[in-house]
Design a protein around this ligand. Sequence first.
Ligand code: PGA
Length: 251
Amino acid sequence: MRRPLVAGNWKMNGTCASVGELTLSLNEVALPESVDVVVLPPYIYIDRVVSVLANSLIGVGAQNCSVKPGFGALTGEISAAQLKDIGCDWVLVGHSERRIELGESDELVAEKVRVVLDSGLRPIICVGEELSERQSGRTLEIVKRQLDAVMRIVGVESLGEAVFAYEPVWAIGSGLSATPEQAQEVHAAIRARLAENSKELAEKARILYGGSVKPENALELFGMADIDGGLIGGASLKVNDFSAICRAAGN
Ligand code: PGA
């Protein structure tokens, strides 16, 4: 039985005031004990979110990290070692907004996964197809290509602590979630691909669904056999919606 995980990706949102308010509310809201809950604030707010949530069970992570490990000369970047130093447990890697808008390649994403794991943090590795790729019947091919790069560069034996997230690009922030059946098909394909390389990893790996998850559709999505939780964007900024989604994952 895989323990569900719900991660809130705050993206490039928030101010000192709104992040403070959101974090205090999260600290007070009742969340199910049977679900791992993680929030991913913008870098500059991580420190304060870690302090506010220090006595809660909510994990904190970053939305990205440098591909260079350790410390040193790389102006403007933040390393996994620094994220660990300020109390992060998790790092989101390969979000489609970074792949598409910032040109992150499959190989770069895989190298970042390696750095995250080597630094003692846990990656949430995003994969997913664009609308044109789905329309041309290439969804599984794209997702396998993204996954294979990670397995090839990092090695399946090192991926025991990794979490995967399937996020169809056309469903992100669009209000148009994949149907539970569409999502399940890809989740099952991801698990099957992992199983070709390691049955043990495939069995234990949590695969989250992301893309317009809301309290209204969460229960149905999380009810699918290979969906082990969610990666939540917009709805993670509203404490009532986010906590309702976490409760759905616990059902
Ligand atoms: P969304 O974003 O929930 O706003 O669609 C999900 C994500 O990009 O992780």
